[in-house]
Design a protein around this ligand. Sequence first.
Ligand code: SF4
Length: 462
Amino acid sequence: MQKCLIISFDFPKSEYPKTSYAIACILAKFSKKNIADIEHCQYNLKPYVFGTPKNEIEKKIGDNFKENYVPKLNDYSFIALSAYAWSENLVNFIIEMIRPNFRGKIILGGYEITALSKEKLEIIYPNVDFYVKDYVEKSLELIFKNETTDKIIDIKPDVKDFVSPYLSGILPLNTKKIHWESKRGCIFHCDFCEWGKATNNMIRISDRRIDQEIELFKQNNIQEINVLDATFLICKDDITTLKKLLSIPSCKINLQMHFSPIKNEIGSEFLDICQKHKDRISLEFGLQTIHETEMKILNRKNNLEQVKSVMKELKERDIIYEISIIFGIPSQTVETFKKTIEFIEENGCKKFCAFPLRLPQNSKMAEQRKELKIKEIQDKSFSLNFVNESYSFSNSDWETMYQIADDYAKVPLCGDPIEAMKPVIDKIARIYIYGGLHSRFREYRNENTCRNNNNVSIFWRL
Ligand code: SF4
């Protein structure tokens, strides 16, 4: 059978399966079909998040690849690489090593590929045979079966193309925490997010698969499920799914939310469940900003009256939740950023998470770089750029915004003082990769406890 090598560059989370959910879905799709034998080569980028220079990372990964894969390159008919914003240089570095001797086809997939136009793809990632946009399961099947000659493949998959990585046994259920999905895609199109740009539709996983997976999670005593759905609550079906998830004994459920569907009967029923199971459900709402001009630029509209009313209800019901916001938005200032944080506090939310803005390559903001006077700062380890200047704020304002969020994130007398002294650019990619600056309003946190027990504080020991 023909062989395919899939190469990914990941930041695996401790306590979760080592293979990423996205790659596991591909492995699951082809595991029982006689189409291609897929081997996964995963490069863990976690050891490099503390500022290893790009060329050192390339050298380490390159040496490993040379030793383990270059001698047998032509055993494979296909080599597929997953391209994300942080791995552009690594993907190209590996392609340069492969191309001269490899006689098979090189395939690229991932959000970066979906986000780029044909012209840009060929400039940024030259020497590639197939660029796969959107979800790759169906497109890979066509490539493996030699049923397409299109260089750019953009096929809308069907739910039957999605195979469960758990039911197929690809992801062993030997961790307490897992990632899981009940639907793919997103109905929103935020300009700062590759996911919104990546898909035009939302596909629900079948009830049958959900029931079987949940049964398996019960048997394996899974204790925490991080639901990957871009927005969990869309309609009544999601309430049914949540009830099923809650039937797994003592399992915690983490959900990403949008404020807008929390209204009418679905909203009340959802909040009733969250109130009843407040110790087991954790909610993260995307707000990003409260300012009209910033919302417009982000293409993320919030109805603030509705947001306030949902927050009021969450507070009355004593449901703990987190709100995510962005700093570095063109048109934002230090003052407007502070006002967004004040809004969160005044309306009774106890925690927020601040993300630095990154521009997806096909975003309107990227197109308007000149008019918005956007400047970006480049991370030294990964191919990640962050907006650190625009017509409305300077680099020093951007650093102040970071500092404001960081001050909320720090627990007094805790944390590494050397880390605290580092310039923002040395920390920003790590913060982005690990899900933003998680901040709390002081009155709600235990002043005497370090937030991260692994983080032994020098101050603490003094
Ligand atoms: S930020 Fe969230 S809601 Fe917006 S497009 Fe991305 S996934 Fe969808």
